[in-house]
Design a protein around this ligand. Structure first.
Ligand code: ADP
Length: 450
């Protein structure tokens, strides 16, 4: 096991990793930009190193500064958290060249899953169901039209180098094809410097369902059920829950075991998430995230498995501490992302938190780096914390969430708490009847007006 882990991240995930290290008896090194010197993870870590000015490219993404921090402190492993360098295969290789362990998957798997076309081809080869579409990039308009006719309209044209929902265009019929193709290509070129695109069937009312997996890198892999992250705004997840209110036990078992077998065959190491769109009883692979995710706590709450602890142990060469049969899903969990944003306009609201009172009681967890007097800097994402609630049933979970949200007090900045207080009282949400477009439609229809 490691003696000292450097946490190459900030915010709530840096704190989350720090907590896991402390419980494993591992010393911690925090790194921070000059904007984060008052951050909670910096205060709680055994050592802290300032790695640069506020812009992420000069600090949290600055590989040579991170290497220097490892050298100075003698850290033997780096936990990248999510975002920043967490899915950067080159970073994993550079650490390896310096004899430092990257707490994450093998670089080759990060690389494959980071390339949308290679990821889809790999998923297909491993028996994971994918969205019908072109086998690879499509360069000729004629070929694009032929494929679109074959799979049927509507279709979506996506940038091969895509990410963050950019470079995607829907064509509802043949007439829209040539404009959609040329816009997608020029957007892809502008955003990613690569105009390669591919085509998929466009699903009209899917849910976003993702399967959590963990592998030992030596041919064993276990799934921990699914999360439903259909509640989204601009392709950003807002509310996540486990299990999905839309799946039955046999669908859960089918997709879970398919993913676990695929990851075992791949020799996948560490934690990962395979994301699907789900419509009319069918699953369609969209991408795999080769890192810990923001929404991992809902899985922890229903499995009682500490995913970050497992991730660190496995990177240190340990065996998986449990088998598939040991994984028992218990009750229901919901996570709300409390962002420092206006709840109606979603305009960021950085600044000083003058009051911070978090809810408590049975089944209530708050993962946050915020505290009274802390100033949320304007340079990074707006996640101020996550409220995670567990109950024996979805109904109990919703009632508990409602009272926890009512207890939560944050002053000095605006947050998305009012949005969640509205959502938890909404009949569609209470019935679990929502797809990936539901929230945007509701917002357009005035959900948060007045
Ligand atoms: P990115 O990497 O840019 O986030 P993804 O492939 O993960 O791109 O897709 C992002 C989102 O776009 C999905 O969560 C979904 O909302 C939508 N989307 C992607 N592919 C399809 C599809 N074939 N049909 C319908 N919606 C899609």
């Amino acid at each position: 096991m490691f003696d000292k882990v450097l946490i190459a991240n900030r915010g709530e995930i840096a704190l989350r990793v720090l907590r896991a290290c402390k419980e494993l008896g591992i010393a911690t090194v925090a790194v921070h930009s000059t904007a984060d010197s008052e951050a909670m993870h910096v205060k709680l870590a055994d050592e802290a190193v300032c790695i640069g000015p506020p812009p992420a490219r000069d600090s949290y993404l600055n590989v040579s500064q991170l290497l220097a921090a490892c050298e100075i402190t003698g850290a033997d492993a780096v936990h990248p958290g999510y975002g920043f360098l967490s899915e950067n295969a080159r970073f994993a290789e550079i650490l390896d060249d310096h004899g430092i362990v990257f707490i994450g998957p093998k670089a080759e798997h990060i690389r494959i899953m980071g390339d949308k076309i290679a990821a889809k081809q790999t998923a297909k080869r491993l028996g994971i169901p994918v969205v019908p579409g072109s086998d690879g990039g499509v360069s000729e308009d004629g070929e694009a039209l032929r494929i679109a006719r074959e799979i049927g309209f509507p279709v979506i044209i996506k940038a091969a180098a895509g990410g963050g929902g950019r470079g995607m265009k829907v064509a509802l019929n043949e007439d829209e094809m040539s404009v959609a193709l040329s816009t997608a290509r020029s957007e892809a070129k502008a955003a990613f410097g690569d105009d390669a695109v591919y085509i998929e069937k466009y699903l009209q009312k899917p849910r976003h369902i993702e399967v959590q997996v963990i592998g030992d890198g030596r041919g064993k892999a276990v799934h921990l059920g699914e999360r439903d992250c259909s509640l989204q705004r601009r392709h950003q997840k807002v509310w996540e829950e486990a299990p999905s209110p839309a799946l039955n036990a046999s669908e859960r078992e089918r997709i879970g075991s398919t993913v676990a077998k695929a990851m075992a065959d791949l020799g996948y190491l560490g934690v990962g998430t395979v994301e699907f769109l789900y419509e009319d009883g069918e699953f369609y692979f969209i991408e795999m995230n080769t890192r810990i995710q923001v929404e991992h706590p809902v899985t922890e709450m229903i499995t009682d498995i500490d995913l970050v602890n497992e991730q660190i142990r496995i990177a240190g060469g340990a065996e998986l501490s449990f088998t598939q049969d040991d994984v028992k899903l218990n009750g229901h969990a919901i996570e709300c992302r409390i962002n420092a944003e206006n709840a109606a306009t979603f305009r960021p609201s950085p600044g000083k938190i003058t009051q911070w009172h978090v809810p408590g009681g049975l089944g209530v967890r708050v993962d946050s780096h915020a505290y009274q007097g802390y100033t949320i800097p304007p340079y990074y994402d707006s996640l101020a914390g996550k409220l995670i609630v567990h109950g024996k049933t979805r109904t109990e979970c919703l009632m508990r969430l409602r009272r926890a949200l009512d207890e939560f007090v944050v002053d000095g900045i605006e947050t998305t708490l009012p949005l969640f207080r509205t959502l938890v009282r909404n009949p569609d949400m209470q019935d679990g009847r929502y797809d990936i477009h539901w929230l945007e439609k509701q917002l357009a229809d005035g959900l948060m007006d007045d």
